[in-house]
Design a protein around this ligand. Structure first.
Ligand code: TPP
Ligand code: MG
Length: 326
């Protein structure tokens, strides 16, 4: 039998912690966008401004020993899981102090100290890797769970369907998190899917599904906390959450793109009105919120300074980390 849902297995909701995480990610990415035209950031950036609440809701329900598998749009999952802002910023600058020694960039964040698996630019490919990790955890009987993030576009890859089947069959402790922002680059879902009934499709594999429309991090947290408690008790297989969301900036790069012809600024308006950073922020006492904001600005300034003053890797670094063990 699975564990009952108690405070012992589900951490208490701490709105200040959730707000801090949301605000940190928002401000970090705004800062990346501000710096980007200077060309000091050497890596393409896929910003998740507007989508932060999904990673925050998921990660707030996890424990430090749990694992997340982000995508190339992965700053939010990395930071929400506790990854260092300084080391991320240095990575974006291509500096040797970055999380991947300055050789991975924004799309290849990795931080095993916080159980953040390496991200990849190749759509869908991290899903089976996350499953492999979950299989290893299950075989070792470790009460840990893996949350794997991917976009709506990734659900079109064959490996997504294979992974659903395998995870359901093996009852793997995996939380599948689809960040459905309605677009794969510039192509909207109606041009890609015959129906929008993603959860129904996933349910046919024997996986419980949840659909969250407004990006509310507390609802997302609740679903993940319940699922994780069941998985830790050895009594739960995978779960799938479709979180609808909206990408406020262009697919890759720091700018808005409402003049690109594939979507309208009016489509953004409801998402601005439903901005979870604001919604959660308004629930805090103003003084507490201001103190969190001020601390984040200090942390950001330190991270940018760290990235700017760190050295680039040496030429010899080109020949390391090419093959495993070297
Ligand atoms: C296997 C593969 N096919 C195509 C691409 C090109 N590509 C990069 S991002 C992307 C869109 C993916 O959309 P989605 O999964 O919805 O994620 P989002 O970018 O919206 O977060 C595509 C097609 C790729 N990187 N890898
Ligand atoms: Mg998408």
């Amino acid at each position: 039998m699975g564990l009952e849902r108690t405070e012992a297995v589900v951490p208490i909701i701490d709105l200040a912690r959730i707000y801090r995480s949301l605000r940190l990610i928002r401000r970090a990415e705004e800062e990346v966008a501000r710096i980007y035209p200077s060309d000091k950031i050497k890596s393409p950036v896929h910003l998740s401004i507007g989508q932060e609440a999904i990673a925050v809701g998921v990660c707030d329900a996890l424990r430090p020993e749990d694992v997340v598998s982000p995508t190339y749009r992965g700053h939010a999952a990395y930071l929400a899981k506790g990854g260092s802002l300084k080391l991320m910023m240095a990575e974006l600058y291509g500096k040797v102090t970055g999380v991947a020694g300055g050789k991975g960039g924004s799309m290849h964040l990795i931080e095993m100290g916080h159980n953040v698996l390496g991200a990849s630019a190749v759509v869908g490919t991290t899903i089976p890797v996350a499953l492999g990790y979950a299989l290893a955890l299950k075989r070792a009987r470790e009460p840990r769970v893996v949350a794997v993030f991917f976009g709506d576009g990734a659900t079109e890859e064959g490996v997504f369907s294979e992974s659903l089947n395998f995870a359901a069959l093996q009852k793997l402790p995996v939380v599948f998190v689809c960040e459905n922002n309605f677009y794969a680059i510039h192509t909207p879902i109606p041009k890609r899917w015959a129906t929008q009934r993603l959860c129904e499709r996933v349910a046919t594999y024997g996986i419980p599904t949840h659909h969250i429309d407004d990006g509310d991090p507390l609802k997302i947290r609740d679903v993940v906390a319940d699922a994780a408690a069941r998985m830790r008790g050895g009594d739960g297989g995978p779960v799938f959450i479709e979180c609808r969301t909206y990408r406020w900036r262009e697919h890759v790069g720091p700018n808005e793109d409402f003049d690109a012809g594939y979507r309208r600024r009016a489509d953004l308006e409801p998402w601005l009105a439903g901005d979870q950073v604001e919604i959660i922020g308004r629930r805090l006492p103003p003084g507490e919120r201001a103190a969190i904001d001020a601390a984040i600005e200090r942390e950001l300034a330190e991270a940018v300074d760290f990235a700017e003053t760190s050295p680039f890797p040496q030429r010899e670094a080109l020949y390391t980390h090419v093959y495993a063990g070297k």
